[in-house]
Design a protein around this ligand. Structure first.
Ligand code: SF4
Length: 369
Protein backbone atom coordinates (compact mmCIF):
# COMPACT_ATOMS: atom_id res chain seq x y z
CA UNK A 1 0.00 0.00 0.00
CA UNK A 2 1.32 3.45 -0.90
CA UNK A 3 0.29 6.89 0.33
CA UNK A 4 -1.77 7.29 -2.86
CA UNK A 5 -3.99 4.49 -1.56
CA UNK A 6 -4.43 6.37 1.74
CA UNK A 7 -5.40 9.48 -0.20
CA UNK A 8 -8.12 7.59 -2.08
CA UNK A 9 -10.10 7.27 1.14
CA UNK A 10 -10.56 11.05 1.18
CA UNK A 11 -10.97 11.60 -2.58
CA UNK A 12 -14.67 12.38 -2.34
CA UNK A 13 -14.74 13.55 1.25
CA UNK A 14 -16.65 16.81 1.75
CA UNK A 15 -14.09 18.72 3.82
CA UNK A 16 -16.02 22.02 3.72
CA UNK A 17 -19.14 20.44 5.07
CA UNK A 18 -17.25 18.49 7.74
CA UNK A 19 -15.33 21.53 9.02
CA UNK A 20 -18.52 23.63 9.01
CA UNK A 21 -20.31 21.14 11.25
CA UNK A 22 -17.62 20.60 13.89
CA UNK A 23 -18.78 22.07 17.20
CA UNK A 24 -16.64 23.47 20.01
CA UNK A 25 -17.68 20.41 22.05
CA UNK A 26 -16.41 18.07 19.31
CA UNK A 27 -13.08 19.90 19.28
CA UNK A 28 -12.94 19.87 23.09
CA UNK A 29 -13.55 16.15 23.36
CA UNK A 30 -10.90 15.40 20.69
CA UNK A 31 -8.48 17.56 22.61
CA UNK A 32 -9.04 15.54 25.79
CA UNK A 33 -7.96 12.27 24.15
CA UNK A 34 -4.48 10.81 24.55
CA UNK A 35 -4.40 9.24 21.11
CA UNK A 36 -6.05 11.10 18.27
CA UNK A 37 -7.94 9.46 15.40
CA UNK A 38 -8.16 10.99 11.93
CA UNK A 39 -11.57 12.40 12.87
CA UNK A 40 -10.06 13.99 16.00
CA UNK A 41 -7.40 15.59 13.82
CA UNK A 42 -10.06 17.00 11.53
CA UNK A 43 -11.88 18.38 14.57
CA UNK A 44 -8.72 20.10 15.81
CA UNK A 45 -8.01 21.60 12.39
CA UNK A 46 -11.54 23.01 12.12
CA UNK A 47 -12.51 26.66 12.71
CA UNK A 48 -14.39 25.54 15.85
CA UNK A 49 -11.12 24.47 17.50
CA UNK A 50 -9.82 28.04 17.41
CA UNK A 51 -11.65 28.61 20.70
CA UNK A 52 -9.48 25.85 22.25
CA UNK A 53 -6.19 27.29 21.09
CA UNK A 54 -4.82 28.06 24.53
CA UNK A 55 -5.39 24.52 25.74
CA UNK A 56 -4.02 23.06 22.48
CA UNK A 57 -0.88 25.17 22.91
CA UNK A 58 -0.40 24.00 26.50
CA UNK A 59 -0.79 20.32 25.58
CA UNK A 60 1.42 20.69 22.53
CA UNK A 61 4.15 22.33 24.61
CA UNK A 62 4.01 19.61 27.28
CA UNK A 63 4.06 16.83 24.73
CA UNK A 64 7.02 18.36 22.87
CA UNK A 65 9.02 18.69 26.09
CA UNK A 66 8.15 15.07 26.91
CA UNK A 67 9.35 13.72 23.54
CA UNK A 68 12.14 16.14 22.60
CA UNK A 69 13.18 17.93 25.79
CA UNK A 70 13.83 21.66 25.52
CA UNK A 71 16.04 21.30 22.48
CA UNK A 72 16.00 22.85 19.02
CA UNK A 73 18.19 21.47 16.27
CA UNK A 74 19.70 24.21 14.08
CA UNK A 75 20.56 23.90 10.41
CA UNK A 76 21.89 26.29 7.82
CA UNK A 77 20.77 26.31 4.18
CA UNK A 78 23.25 26.44 1.30
CA UNK A 79 21.85 27.43 -2.09
CA UNK A 80 24.21 26.20 -4.81
CA UNK A 81 22.15 26.88 -7.94
CA UNK A 82 19.01 28.73 -8.98
CA UNK A 83 18.62 27.06 -12.39
CA UNK A 84 15.24 25.40 -12.72
CA UNK A 85 13.37 23.64 -15.51
CA UNK A 86 9.99 23.77 -13.81
CA UNK A 87 7.26 26.33 -14.20
CA UNK A 88 5.92 26.62 -10.62
CA UNK A 89 3.93 29.82 -10.91
CA UNK A 90 4.51 30.76 -7.25
CA UNK A 91 8.33 30.66 -7.26
CA UNK A 92 11.05 33.19 -8.07
CA UNK A 93 13.24 30.46 -9.62
CA UNK A 94 10.53 29.47 -12.14
CA UNK A 95 12.15 28.69 -15.54
CA UNK A 96 10.28 31.47 -17.33
CA UNK A 97 11.39 34.19 -14.90
CA UNK A 98 14.09 36.30 -16.51
CA UNK A 99 16.45 36.35 -13.55
CA UNK A 100 20.19 36.05 -13.43
CA UNK A 101 21.06 32.37 -12.99
CA UNK A 102 24.05 31.00 -11.19
CA UNK A 103 25.43 27.58 -10.39
CA UNK A 104 28.38 27.47 -8.01
CA UNK A 105 31.60 25.73 -8.96
CA UNK A 106 33.17 23.33 -6.48
CA UNK A 107 35.71 26.03 -5.55
CA UNK A 108 32.90 28.48 -4.83
CA UNK A 109 31.07 25.85 -2.79
CA UNK A 110 34.22 25.29 -0.75
CA UNK A 111 34.37 29.02 0.01
CA UNK A 112 30.73 29.02 1.14
CA UNK A 113 31.38 25.94 3.29
CA UNK A 114 34.33 27.63 5.01
CA UNK A 115 32.02 30.44 6.15
CA UNK A 116 29.24 28.11 7.25
CA UNK A 117 31.71 26.04 9.26
CA UNK A 118 32.61 29.11 11.28
CA UNK A 119 29.04 29.34 12.58
CA UNK A 120 29.54 26.04 14.44
CA UNK A 121 26.39 24.52 12.94
CA UNK A 122 27.10 21.02 11.66
CA UNK A 123 23.78 20.44 9.89
CA UNK A 124 23.66 21.86 6.38
CA UNK A 125 20.74 21.79 3.96
CA UNK A 126 21.87 21.88 0.31
CA UNK A 127 19.35 23.40 -2.09
CA UNK A 128 19.07 23.84 -5.83
CA UNK A 129 16.29 24.63 -8.26
CA UNK A 130 15.22 21.49 -10.06
CA UNK A 131 17.16 21.40 -13.33
CA UNK A 132 18.31 17.85 -13.75
CA UNK A 133 20.01 18.65 -17.06
CA UNK A 134 22.16 21.39 -15.46
CA UNK A 135 22.50 20.60 -11.75
CA UNK A 136 22.83 16.94 -12.64
CA UNK A 137 23.09 14.00 -10.29
CA UNK A 138 26.87 13.96 -10.85
CA UNK A 139 27.19 17.66 -9.98
CA UNK A 140 25.13 17.22 -6.84
CA UNK A 141 27.09 14.11 -5.92
CA UNK A 142 30.44 15.93 -6.30
CA UNK A 143 29.14 18.80 -4.18
CA UNK A 144 28.06 16.44 -1.43
CA UNK A 145 31.40 14.58 -1.42
CA UNK A 146 33.05 17.95 -0.87
CA UNK A 147 30.66 19.06 1.87
CA UNK A 148 30.84 15.73 3.69
CA UNK A 149 34.43 16.62 4.64
CA UNK A 150 33.10 19.52 6.74
CA UNK A 151 29.56 18.61 7.76
CA UNK A 152 28.59 15.35 9.52
CA UNK A 153 24.92 15.95 8.75
CA UNK A 154 23.80 16.92 5.24
CA UNK A 155 20.23 17.19 4.02
CA UNK A 156 19.27 17.82 0.43
CA UNK A 157 16.41 19.74 -1.16
CA UNK A 158 17.02 19.07 -4.86
CA UNK A 159 15.12 17.35 -7.69
CA UNK A 160 13.31 14.15 -6.61
CA UNK A 161 15.45 11.06 -7.20
CA UNK A 162 15.16 7.28 -7.26
CA UNK A 163 15.86 5.01 -4.28
CA UNK A 164 19.10 3.93 -5.95
CA UNK A 165 20.29 7.54 -6.32
CA UNK A 166 19.37 8.34 -2.71
CA UNK A 167 21.22 5.22 -1.56
CA UNK A 168 24.31 6.39 -3.40
CA UNK A 169 24.09 9.80 -1.74
CA UNK A 170 23.55 8.21 1.65
CA UNK A 171 26.79 6.28 1.22
CA UNK A 172 28.58 9.64 0.75
CA UNK A 173 27.20 11.00 4.02
CA UNK A 174 23.81 12.51 3.20
CA UNK A 175 21.40 11.76 6.03
CA UNK A 176 18.36 13.92 5.31
CA UNK A 177 15.86 14.72 2.58
CA UNK A 178 13.48 17.65 2.35
CA UNK A 179 10.77 17.48 -0.28
CA UNK A 180 7.50 19.38 -0.22
CA UNK A 181 4.51 18.18 -2.17
CA UNK A 182 3.66 21.92 -2.34
CA UNK A 183 -0.03 21.18 -2.84
CA UNK A 184 -1.90 17.92 -2.32
CA UNK A 185 -5.02 19.01 -4.23
CA UNK A 186 -4.48 17.33 -7.62
CA UNK A 187 -6.34 19.90 -9.73
CA UNK A 188 -4.51 22.85 -8.22
CA UNK A 189 -1.24 20.93 -8.45
CA UNK A 190 -1.74 20.63 -12.21
CA UNK A 191 -2.60 24.33 -12.53
CA UNK A 192 0.37 25.71 -10.59
CA UNK A 193 2.86 23.33 -12.23
CA UNK A 194 2.16 23.99 -15.91
CA UNK A 195 5.35 22.36 -17.27
CA UNK A 196 8.49 20.51 -16.29
CA UNK A 197 9.21 17.22 -14.55
CA UNK A 198 7.38 18.49 -11.47
CA UNK A 199 4.06 18.07 -13.24
CA UNK A 200 4.27 14.40 -12.29
CA UNK A 201 2.22 14.44 -9.05
CA UNK A 202 2.81 10.79 -8.15
CA UNK A 203 6.59 10.91 -8.65
CA UNK A 204 6.75 13.75 -6.16
CA UNK A 205 4.22 12.27 -3.75
CA UNK A 206 6.24 9.08 -3.44
CA UNK A 207 9.57 10.89 -3.12
CA UNK A 208 9.66 11.08 0.71
CA UNK A 209 9.00 7.34 0.84
CA UNK A 210 11.88 6.69 -1.58
CA UNK A 211 14.13 8.66 0.80
CA UNK A 212 12.95 6.57 3.76
CA UNK A 213 13.48 3.37 1.77
CA UNK A 214 17.04 4.45 1.01
CA UNK A 215 17.55 4.73 4.78
CA UNK A 216 17.83 8.48 5.32
CA UNK A 217 17.77 9.37 9.00
CA UNK A 218 15.51 12.39 8.44
CA UNK A 219 12.74 13.04 5.92
CA UNK A 220 11.06 16.43 6.02
CA UNK A 221 7.79 17.04 4.17
CA UNK A 222 5.29 19.88 3.87
CA UNK A 223 2.58 21.68 1.96
CA UNK A 224 3.18 25.20 0.71
CA UNK A 225 0.36 27.18 2.32
CA UNK A 226 -1.28 29.69 0.05
CA UNK A 227 -1.97 27.48 -2.96
CA UNK A 228 -5.12 25.66 -1.81
CA UNK A 229 -7.58 25.32 1.06
CA UNK A 230 -5.29 25.41 4.08
CA UNK A 231 -7.28 23.10 6.40
CA UNK A 232 -7.61 20.35 3.84
CA UNK A 233 -3.95 20.63 2.88
CA UNK A 234 -2.89 20.47 6.54
CA UNK A 235 -4.99 17.35 7.10
CA UNK A 236 -3.54 15.48 4.10
CA UNK A 237 -0.02 16.57 5.02
CA UNK A 238 -0.51 15.22 8.56
CA UNK A 239 -1.78 11.92 7.13
CA UNK A 240 1.28 11.75 4.91
CA UNK A 241 3.57 12.27 7.91
CA UNK A 242 1.70 9.61 9.89
CA UNK A 243 1.89 7.13 7.01
CA UNK A 244 5.67 7.60 6.82
CA UNK A 245 6.15 7.63 10.59
CA UNK A 246 4.24 4.36 11.00
CA UNK A 247 5.91 2.60 8.07
CA UNK A 248 9.52 3.77 8.61
CA UNK A 249 10.17 3.85 12.37
CA UNK A 250 13.94 4.17 11.83
CA UNK A 251 13.48 7.47 9.98
CA UNK A 252 12.66 10.70 11.79
CA UNK A 253 9.78 12.28 9.92
CA UNK A 254 9.47 16.06 10.19
CA UNK A 255 7.02 18.60 8.82
CA UNK A 256 7.29 22.24 7.84
CA UNK A 257 4.56 24.83 7.35
CA UNK A 258 6.03 27.09 4.65
CA UNK A 259 3.79 30.00 3.72
CA UNK A 260 4.08 31.67 0.35
CA UNK A 261 6.29 34.66 0.66
CA UNK A 262 6.87 37.45 -1.83
CA UNK A 263 9.05 36.32 -4.72
CA UNK A 264 10.17 37.47 -8.11
CA UNK A 265 7.23 35.59 -9.63
CA UNK A 266 4.88 38.04 -7.87
CA UNK A 267 2.37 35.28 -7.14
CA UNK A 268 -0.55 36.38 -4.97
CA UNK A 269 -1.63 33.48 -2.72
CA UNK A 270 -5.23 32.47 -3.24
CA UNK A 271 -5.59 31.10 0.30
CA UNK A 272 -4.04 32.78 3.30
CA UNK A 273 -2.70 30.97 6.35
CA UNK A 274 -2.98 33.45 9.23
CA UNK A 275 -0.63 33.41 12.22
CA UNK A 276 -3.46 32.14 14.41
CA UNK A 277 -4.31 29.25 12.10
CA UNK A 278 -0.59 28.47 11.72
CA UNK A 279 -0.43 28.02 15.51
CA UNK A 280 -3.58 25.91 15.45
CA UNK A 281 -2.07 23.61 12.81
CA UNK A 282 1.28 23.36 14.58
CA UNK A 283 -0.34 22.31 17.85
CA UNK A 284 -2.86 19.96 16.19
CA UNK A 285 0.02 18.23 14.37
CA UNK A 286 1.91 17.78 17.64
CA UNK A 287 -1.12 16.21 19.35
CA UNK A 288 -1.74 13.87 16.40
CA UNK A 289 1.96 13.08 15.79
CA UNK A 290 3.86 13.24 19.09
CA UNK A 291 7.19 11.99 17.68
CA UNK A 292 7.27 14.00 14.48
CA UNK A 293 9.76 16.86 14.18
CA UNK A 294 8.37 20.32 13.43
CA UNK A 295 10.53 22.72 11.50
CA UNK A 296 10.25 26.49 11.12
CA UNK A 297 12.42 28.36 8.64
CA UNK A 298 13.55 31.97 8.35
CA UNK A 299 10.63 32.58 5.97
CA UNK A 300 8.86 33.51 9.22
CA UNK A 301 9.79 36.73 11.01
CA UNK A 302 11.84 36.80 14.20
CA UNK A 303 8.98 37.80 16.50
CA UNK A 304 6.70 35.04 15.23
CA UNK A 305 9.48 32.41 15.43
CA UNK A 306 10.19 33.45 19.03
CA UNK A 307 6.50 33.29 19.92
CA UNK A 308 5.91 29.80 18.54
CA UNK A 309 9.18 28.33 19.79
CA UNK A 310 7.68 26.72 22.89
CA UNK A 311 4.59 25.34 21.15
CA UNK A 312 6.17 22.37 19.38
CA UNK A 313 9.13 23.50 17.28
CA UNK A 314 12.07 21.06 17.19
CA UNK A 315 14.12 22.32 14.24
CA UNK A 316 14.99 25.79 12.91
CA UNK A 317 17.09 27.29 10.17
CA UNK A 318 19.45 30.06 11.26
CA UNK A 319 21.57 32.72 9.61
CA UNK A 320 20.04 31.92 6.22
CA UNK A 321 21.11 33.53 2.99
CA UNK A 322 19.05 32.35 0.03
CA UNK A 323 21.20 34.03 -2.65
CA UNK A 324 23.40 31.58 -4.58
CA UNK A 325 26.94 32.32 -3.37
CA UNK A 326 25.60 34.89 -0.90
CA UNK A 327 27.58 33.81 2.17
CA UNK A 328 31.01 34.44 0.68
CA UNK A 329 30.03 37.43 -1.44
CA UNK A 330 27.51 39.83 0.06
CA UNK A 331 27.52 41.92 -3.12
CA UNK A 332 25.68 39.07 -4.81
CA UNK A 333 22.14 40.12 -5.43
CA UNK A 334 20.69 37.31 -7.48
CA UNK A 335 17.00 36.91 -6.85
CA UNK A 336 16.20 34.76 -3.81
CA UNK A 337 13.64 31.96 -4.08
CA UNK A 338 11.74 33.75 -1.31
CA UNK A 339 12.48 36.65 1.01
CA UNK A 340 14.04 36.01 4.40
CA UNK A 341 11.95 37.43 7.23
CA UNK A 342 14.16 36.50 10.19
CA UNK A 343 17.52 38.05 9.34
CA UNK A 344 19.25 37.28 12.66
CA UNK A 345 22.62 35.60 12.40
CA UNK A 346 23.46 32.25 13.97
CA UNK A 347 24.87 33.77 17.18
CA UNK A 348 21.73 35.86 17.69
CA UNK A 349 19.51 32.82 17.08
CA UNK A 350 21.50 30.74 19.57
CA UNK A 351 21.23 33.54 22.16
CA UNK A 352 17.48 33.75 21.63
CA UNK A 353 17.11 29.99 22.21
CA UNK A 354 19.18 30.09 25.38
CA UNK A 355 17.25 33.08 26.74
CA UNK A 356 14.05 31.13 26.17
CA UNK A 357 15.39 28.15 28.13
CA UNK A 358 16.12 25.99 25.08
CA UNK A 359 19.27 24.13 24.20
CA UNK A 360 20.45 24.84 20.63
CA UNK A 361 21.71 21.63 19.01
CA UNK A 362 24.50 22.27 16.53
CA UNK A 363 25.48 18.65 16.01
CA UNK A 364 23.60 15.46 16.80
CA UNK A 365 24.91 13.00 14.24
CA UNK A 366 28.11 11.52 12.96
CA UNK A 367 28.41 8.58 10.64
CA UNK A 368 31.11 6.14 11.77
CA UNK A 369 32.64 4.75 8.59
S1 SF4 B 1 9.56 25.67 -6.45
FE1 SF4 B 1 11.41 24.49 -6.88
S2 SF4 B 1 10.91 23.39 -8.75
FE2 SF4 B 1 9.45 25.05 -8.62
S3 SF4 B 1 10.32 26.75 -9.80
FE3 SF4 B 1 10.93 26.99 -7.66
S4 SF4 B 1 12.92 26.02 -7.51
FE4 SF4 B 1 11.95 25.29 -9.38
Amino acid sequence: MSFSDVLKKYENFDFDNFFKNVSEEDAGSSLDKNKLSETDLLNLLSPAAESKLEKMAKRSHDMTVQYFGRTVSLYIPLYISNYCSNGCIYCGFCASNKISRKMLTLDEIEKEAEILKQTGIKHVLVLTGEAENITSFDYIRSTLILLAKSFPSISIEVFPMSVEQYSELKAIGVDGLTVYQEVYDRDIYAKVHPYGRKRDYEWRLECPERGAKAGFRLVNIGALYGLADVRKEAFINALHAKYLDDKYPDTEIAVSFPRINSSEGGYIPSHRLSDKTFVQFLTAFRLFLPRVGINVSTRENAEFRDNILTLGITRMSAGSNTAVGGYSDDSINNVPQFDISDSRNVTETIEMLKRSGYQPILKDWELIK
